[in-house]
Write a protein that binds this ligand. Sequence first.
Ligand SMILES: O=C(O)CCC(=O)C(=O)O
Length: 260
Amino acid sequence: MVVNSNQLDHQYKEHGYFVLRNYFNAAEILALKLVVLKFHELWKKANEKFYKEEAFNSSLITGSHHLSRYDRIKLFNFISSKKIMDVIESVISVNPAFMNTQLFFNPVNPQQKDFWHRDCQYDHDVDVQKQVILETQVLHLRVPLFDELGMELVPGTHKRWDTEEEFNVRQEESGKVSSDNLSSGKKINLSAGDLLVFSADMIHRGIYGMDRLALDILVFDSTSNFADYVDDDCLPSSSMLTKIDDPRLFINTIRLKSMD
Ligand SMILES: O=C(O)CCC(=O)C(=O)O
């Protein structure tokens, strides 16, 4: 499938997200699944209490704690493959940089409810959040490994502040809780093979259910100062870089970290 960069950039700027249906073929998803499932099984064992009590995601999938060098190189090559780079560069055309990976699954605890948030709310007070959504650019690329209920997004909130309803729910004010429904929410069901790209700072929530296991790749614009958020262990070593077909995404991060 050839990517229409202008169209994707337009959709992203306008709505804060876009979906490419059947972007990956079955062989691509199977190869990715084999590596990611290895990570997931080992991570669950190593984090048994956290997994059983409260987790709904893991992170640092490309790190050295659970995967072999061989599998990490496979993952780095997927993350920086032409298909993914074409999509990233439609939105961040100059020097996009790798930040992290996360793996989203269903919480074991059935009491845990899916919740609305902007990613920036965990780092910043409300005044700074208002600024951050106008200035910075962190992209989530969600690759579902199984068919899933997907995500619920509030279109346009990557560039506008919350309505009163959205704010009260997301921040749990005025008797609201973050799992309440939002009248402005739009559900995006996803199937294995689809790619969803969305702004980390728009109002969103994952929808729990089915057999969800989705790999999220996080990428940022080099002009924003996110290098501190990147764990060195998640980056390829210099000898691994030589095994990655197009390592620009990682080299940009390594360069930014060396300037810090
Ligand atoms: O899928 C989820 O549970 C939440 C996803 C999310 O919040 C994110 O990708 O930032």
